[in-house]
Design a protein around this ligand. Structure first.
Ligand code: ATP
Length: 220
């Protein structure tokens, strides 16, 4: 594990990765950590921003995929784009080649800006890979975990998603064991929202203690 890092002279920072499968409760955990005082860098939000009209990735996507993938107001039609690359590895590779570098650069810039301000920085990445851990110098990775059936049930009951669609989306992700293997800390989200809140309170105490350690000069 990378040790907690002090990213600026005066303000120690603890930069962590947060991940979890769809419906696991990752966004809820991110929100609770922000309530405790964490700064949030959200990869999903960045992924949406970098393809907004006027941004270079928007132009590149139109050049590659044509005007069928934009709505009437010029924004990228995400379902249309997803349908376009589904089952077409070449198209998917092109999409990734256009978007991943700009998302990666923006993630790093925001991670660095947040770390320079000090405190706990949470980088929320739905599909976190080892490269992220290295490139973003994550001190540790927190995985929010819920059994597949529970995640599907929440997507159906709370998000109004069609059950077949929810099952397909959960199945299409990196499998649970692979995700859990990346974890330094697992937040179990199988029980109630209140139980989750308590687990995040404990997580915050743990993170605050680790941050305090980074602020203590060695030997004190
Ligand atoms: P996505 O990847 O789709 O954004 P997510 O992993 O971020 O999903 P959340 O949005 O946090 O998941 O949670 C999915 C749904 O389940 C939300 O409606 C959330 O309010 C609800 N939820 C989260 N945790 C619990 C819980 N312990 N009990 C009941 N509902 C929960």
């Amino acid at each position: 594990m990378t040790p907690a890092s002090s990213d600026s002279a005066g303000a120690p920072a603890l930069v962590i990765g947060l991940t979890g499968g769809i419906g696991s409760g990752k966004s809820t955990v991110a929100r609770l950590l922000v309530e405790h005082g964490a700064a949030l860098v959200d990869a999903d939000q960045i992924a949406r921003e970098v393809v907004e009209p006027g941004r270079p990735a928007h132009r590149a996507l139109l050049q590659r995929f044509g005007t069928d993938i934009v709505t009437a107001d010029g924004t990228i039609d995400r379902p249309a784009l997803a349908a376009r690359v589904f089952g077409d590895p070449v198209a998917l590779a092109d999409l990734n080649a256009i978007t991943h570098p700009v998302i990666g650069a923006e993630l790093l810039a925001r991670r660095n800006a947040a770390a320079a301000r000090g405190g706990v920085v949470v980088v929320d990445i739905p599909l976190l890979r080892d490269e992220h851990r290295r490139a973003l110098e994550l001190a540790l990775v927190v995985v929010v975990d819920a059994p597949t059936e529970v995640a599907v049930e929440r997507l159906v009951s709370q998000r109004g998603m069609d059950r077949t669609d929810a099952e397909a989306r959960v199945a299409a992700q990196a499998d649970r064991a692979t995700r859990l293997a990346q974890a330094d800390i697992v937040v179990d989200n199988v029980a109630s929202p209140e139980d989750l809140r308590q687990r995040v309170d404990q997580l915050w105490s743990d993170l605050a203690a680790r941050l305090a350690l980074t602020a203590t000069p060695p030997g004190r």
